[in-house]
Design a protein around this ligand. Sequence first.
Ligand code: ZN
Ligand code: ZN
Ligand code: FE
Length: 786
Amino acid sequence: MDRILPTCDNKKHYYVDKRRRVRLLVRGRVQGVGFRPAVYRHMIRAGCGGHVRNTPEGVEIELEGDAKVVKHLVGHLSDILPPRSRCDEVGETELTPVGQERFIIAASRNPGNSLLPVPPDFSICPECSREIQERDGRRAGYAFNTCISCGPRFSIALDVPFDRERSAMESFPLCEECRSEFSDSADRRFHAQTMSCSKCGPELTFFKTGPGERSTGGDVCYGGQAISAAAGALKSGHTVAIKGVGGFNLACDASGDDVVSRIRKLKGRPHKPLAVMVGGISDVRRICQPNDSAEELLSSEKAPIVLFEKKDAACLSDSLAPGLNRLGVMLPYTPLHRLLMDHPETPQVLVMTSCNRSEEPIAIDSGDLVELSDLVDYVLDSNRPICNRCDDSVAGVVGGAPVVFRRSRGYVPEPIMLSDETPPALAVGAMWKNTFTLRSGRRAYMSQHIGDVSDADNADYFEDTYKKFARLLRIQPELVICDKHPDYPSTVFARRLADEMDLPLLRVQHHYAHILSCLAQHGVMGPVIGVGMDGTGYGDDGKIWGGEFFTADFSGYERRYHLKYTPMPGGERAVSEPFRMGLAYLADAFNEEGAVRFMERAGRDLPLRQVCALLAKEEFSPLTSSCGRLFDAVAALLGVRQRCSYEGQAACELEAIADRSLNGEYPYLLRGGQIDFQEAILRITEDVESGENISAISARFHNTVSSAIVDTCVRMREEGAPDTVVLSGGVMQNVYLTERCIAGLQNRCFKVLTHSEVPPNDAGISLGQAAAASGVEALLSSPHIS
Ligand code: ZN
Ligand code: ZN
Ligand code: FE
């Protein structure tokens, strides 16, 4: 930061004709991250006059001084960027010098019209951590310590531009000492909008939940005592709801089987994995396999939940991630978490799950907790409100590179830069794991995780969040984009909004949206081979797609190959009951009688004959080309899972048992535009009957699917398709399969594009839909659009 610049203390040597004044307009992440203070400090040091201020278009810097100095400063603007800032564009205009010698931070121009987005929430920085861990000092033990480069932003933003008056910090006026730090250009909290101290900032409270309301009097404790009391409660096996950044987490001792199973029962979440929090990287390595990329992601300012390969750690309850080989881990990302994890009474590993019933929106104030009083024993609360609900993000490492699976806290509302400009648009996503995207110009802003919009509370949350987002970003959509599925609640909402506002409605095929989301993230226009391996999505022929090979670019797509259509007996029910797909695949390979006989080994309570009877009736057994359903079928055949309690459970458990050291494969057929796994299914049943190890069968099955994907891409290239392949869709969360596909395709000299900043699952659909607006002219005239 401290570059050597000619200093200009001796101003009498200046001649007017050597002076220069320029105006720079900087866009990017330049607000709420100490950008203006950094510019100010730098310009003072360089001896320039002028000002820096927020404007609706970006941060405006006018600087005036010696022409050489000005030239140097303009050329080296990136050197002065503070840690969390990012500069996307700089516009430059020459002005006539006016003889200004002082440099100032000027008041914002038209703050009401600001287009400057709010920054995402940042995890606590090392300096702020150090301050709260000190024995004394103004911020020792202070649970809301923040500075210019850390702390909450989006979750506490009420409006733009982001500053104290337009955030949840408005009700905490700075004390005298904080004010002097705020106005001291040498202080690291100079102009830090969210700063506070124990004198002037928010306060912690700890209390026991009572029936229907919070108890009062002697039971409430504050500040450091609240943290000690919470640590004690956790140690003695209780649950504590802890107010985090974007909502309450429910915490308990991760080694306690009783308390973990109680949480599972009351949350209505029998198997879905629970994330944990530990104090530091060394603790992560005690319970998980070391992984440099995953550790880097975990320690980043985004601080998501990161999936690690778990070790057999005796100190953890077996029911944290039953049947899975990975565990979601978090590090303390707020000062409160840091203080709690440092407390000697706190268990070393805490379950940290969202405080809600399964699939409902996360609780954000103690009022939301009233309904959860059976689940929550104690509450560690504060009086800093949460303005924008935002769940913890989830990320992992695939092929050595980070991939986000749930893009929420720490990521939102950072825009994804698209390659072209379109009119402002709203894309509403699909159904599960849903998000929406608001697009303006080249920027696409994906919302935080909203969840399953078929849940009534989530549907309200969706609408409410859309209104807040549109207001924060000042985006008025002129186009609404939705999935082709006519009955998704998101589609119904989009139709209503388009009607009410008299806007055009664009409907984009689900797997095309998956592929566009990946293209958009890479800034690639195509054409490409788009591989969409997914759960389910509405197809152009009215069938349920999900194992698709397209040639695609922004102007449209052509479906070249797909997995062979197989009936889904009972329709949607087959998604949560894999034995139904097992029967369907077996009935195709043998006959119905053979299918029932084989599946009888899986359990007596399965209604095998009734389900088989559905197979012949097309109205009860829609056809699907879904790859996710193929994984379900194999999981059922191997006896891994017959009924799921969360989306994708069977496939996740099938992946977890695969023996990755094996290279064997089963045969399959590529004919008539369809990929047929009938032969593989037959061979799998033979292996099961001969008592072959299911880890080996699972590995061979994974290897077969990966070869089928690679071979189909090779065939397409021979038929004239491009040599860039996009891998997208929910099945691409399968690390083993994805890594094998990447390696196989690269061996065949393909360029492979995979997801990183945008989820490969349905959480990324809204971005793909928004990206489709780029091809809207072409799309409107194509048969794919209605
Ligand atoms: Zn900090
Ligand atoms: Zn203060
Ligand atoms: Fe999908």
